[in-house]
Design a binder for this molecule. Sequence first.
Ligand code: TYM
Length: 417
Amino acid sequence: MNEEFKVTPWDVTGKVDYAKLIEEFGTEPIDEGILNRWKRITGSIPMALQRKIFFSHRDLNWILDRYEQGEKFVLYTGRGPSGHTHIGHLMPWMFTKYLQDTFDAPLYFQMTDDEKFLYKDSLSLKEAMAFSYENALDVIALGFDPKKTYIFSDLEYNKTLYRIAVQVAKRITFSTAKAVFGFDSSTNIGLIFFTSMQSAPAFLPSVQAGKNIPVLIPHAIDQDPHFRVTRDVAPKLGYYKPAAIHCTFLPSLAGSDKMSASRPETTIYTTDDVKVARKKILGAFTGGRVSVEEQKKLGGVPGVCAVFQYYYYLFEEDGAKLKERERKCMSGEIMCGECKQDLADRVASFLERHQEKREKARDRIKDFVVSDYSAAYDRLKRPQDRKEVAKLKRTMKEYYSVKEGDSIRINRTRDLE
Ligand code: TYM
């Protein structure tokens, strides 16, 4: 019998039954037909699809049809910046990077600092905006193409997004919002409106290009409720419904649950000191037995082991090696201590490389960020606006390390044509 589980954009608990979720949410499984098609179009099947880490979708065949007919699509994904990035967040972003490279697709990346401010009592606006910046460094560190990647924070790009969001909001009733998100009378009204802000970037490429542009949204399945609403509204506004591809959750180091910021001791942040990350891994839940003797005799249980999951999801790309590790575990040839040490080494070297790229990203952030202030900043050249210019410069400096004389990018719709 299935344990109880819950998946909403703000809360994931229990052992998630992904097959059941496909039914409940009404998405499609990624089946052999899609995998074969993927291989035919792109030449290979990436690890995340082979292993069914990306397991579900909406309208993927439709977007591939369009692609094969020569119509390019735009990618859209995002982050709710309530703290530092953890390695679970990187999973959909790494896949998005693969999609950008494979399909030569522009990426719109939304930082929903407004959402996190509205949701989290203890988070100030300033903190949420600062985490937008910090999280953007992680995105850039993954190697996205600056010529095709547009990162924006809702609080900084609100003028552009709001004009789309109000059109969406006008077509969503409170009763739909309650049914989809489980809101009640105690929910603050900002959060009720918020879903229309998350819908907006799905239509932004079309608004900017002045014609319908197909959009593909890679994300973990928890965000699907937002896009169910987006897809309902799309035809009413004359846009294509965005397609989506969904991944499962990287579990926490404690085992079955989703890796989550609410339990930092079982979560690896991209900013963790390598020593701290090692310690967390050495304390992880495994499928080991009570004693070495027993483990040698009976073998371990990789199916329930958090450490094995980390190899599976991120840290062992080679399928044959993964199988061999599983075999050795089950036959009692390898002990949990050794397996953890190996993983700790891999995570440590990943973090070291990532942190180096992350630091370098500080100098490159302006190549990626789009903001309404950039447009305003460019316009405000008249002497009477000097005070405002000074204020904008301070804002830009504070959040995006912009130096005087830097030209800041505005919407570049030309790239989409
Ligand atoms: P957020 O910040 O909760 O999560 C960012 C992205 O990471 C996924 N995710 C995970 N993936 C694998 N394993 C995990 N343990 C894990 N935890 C989170 C999320 O599904 C998401 O894809 N409201 C959004 C931000 C957003 C967005 C978007 C996300 C705005 N527009 C478009 C996806 C697509 C949020 O708070 O994500």
